[in-house]
Design a protein around this ligand. Structure first.
Ligand SMILES: [Zn+2]
Length: 317
């Protein structure tokens, strides 16, 4: 647990970009210790784009990163969340287009790919980023913050002025188990009106009921309904976990998001980086002082096993 991890084998898949609607070939490959997650644009002379706080260039609809030459990779957050959730520190991600495929709109297909590839331990120590002091950013009624904690915990609250989705909140310790079972399958969501607007602006061309929950005025348009009762807020947790992984290190601390999104999440990370006294790196045997030993093995409180096994459930809440 205290050593870095990478993939055991290379694994490939194809999918479509949410905004471009174009087919993308994606490979996840093992990488040496201390590489981090590095994207590799095979269609752009092999340009490398490392996933870091500083390489984030656009956060309007998804998190996009770019290298110094301006080569971009968009919609990185669900894949990064899967790497974070499964404790993969180092990997190369080859893709032949500007956008990570949307798959089913959740992190589950990436979890499946990583599990198929296998995960191996490396020889270097993993470095955790431990939050030492509370730090926060606000923008209007949105807020994102970190607080010290002896584990990695995520709280999130969303509210929308919509009959199907008013207020929804969730708080959870993020371990490999909780991430896979309770978080990873939550899909991205949108309102039909917004989808139509995005389409008329040439965006969301690849968007469909196969890769997003779409809400009409009074009902969810997806035939199978929801995968989790709190699928909406849990998807926002995936986004946050993916965005936070741009730090390049697992976190020991409590992230709280209130109506936060990619832009505010990134503002929080930049503020954190600028306040060197608010955090520290912890590695090796020292980790035991700060990280709850049970955090990795804590029993899952919810949802019930039935819910995790049932592919879809109606909106009853
Ligand atoms: Zn998302």
């Amino acid at each position: 647990m205290i050593f870095q991890r990478t993939l055991k084998n290379t694994i490939r898949c194809t999918g479509i970009g949410l905004h471009s609607g174009k087919k993308v070939y994606l490979s996840l490959r093992p990488a040496p210790a201390n590489t981090g997650i590095v994207f590799h644009r095979t269609d752009m002379k092999g340009a490398l784009v490392p996933a870091t706080v500083q390489t984030v260039v656009d956060t309007r609809l998804c998190s996009s990163i770019a290298n110094r030459e301006g080569v971009r990779v968009s919609t990185v957050e669900h894949l990064l969340a899967a790497f974070a959730g499964l404790g993969v520190n180092n990997a190369y991600v080859d893709l032949d287009g500007p956008e990570i495929p949307i798959m089913d709109g959740s992190a589950a297909p990436f979890v499946f790919l990583i599990q198929c590839a296998g995960v191996v331990q490396q020889k270097s120590y993993k470095r955790w980023l431990r939050i030492k002091k509370p730090i926060s950013v606000t923008q209007g009624n949105k807020k994102a913050s970190f607080e010290p904690c002896d584990r990695f915990r995520v709280s999130f609250l969303i509210d929308f002025d919509h009959p199907l989705l008013s207020e929804q909140g969730e708080e959870m310790d993020i371990t490999e188990t909780t991430f896979i079972k309770d978080i990873s399958r939550a899909r991205t969501f949108g309102f039909l009106k917004e989808v139509e607007q995005l389409r008329s602006n040439g965006l969301a061309r690849g968007g469909s009921l196969d890769n997003a929950i779409v809400m009409g005025d009074f009902r969810i348009l997806n035939e199978g309904g929801l995968r989790y009762e709190k699928e909406f807020v849990r998807h926002k947790m995936i986004d946050a976990i993916g965005d936070l992984y741009l730090l390049g290190h697992p976190i020991i601390g409590h992230f709280k998001g209130v109506r936060s999104g990619h832009a505010l999440n990134n503002m929080l990370l930049r503020k954190l980086m600028a306040h060197a006294n608010a955090w520290e790196f912890v590695e090796g045997e020292r980790v035991a002082q700060f990280l709850q030993p049970d955090a990795e093995r804590q029993p899952v409180e919810r949802p019930t096993p039935m819910e995790a096994l049932t592919p879809a459930m109606g909106l009853s809440a």
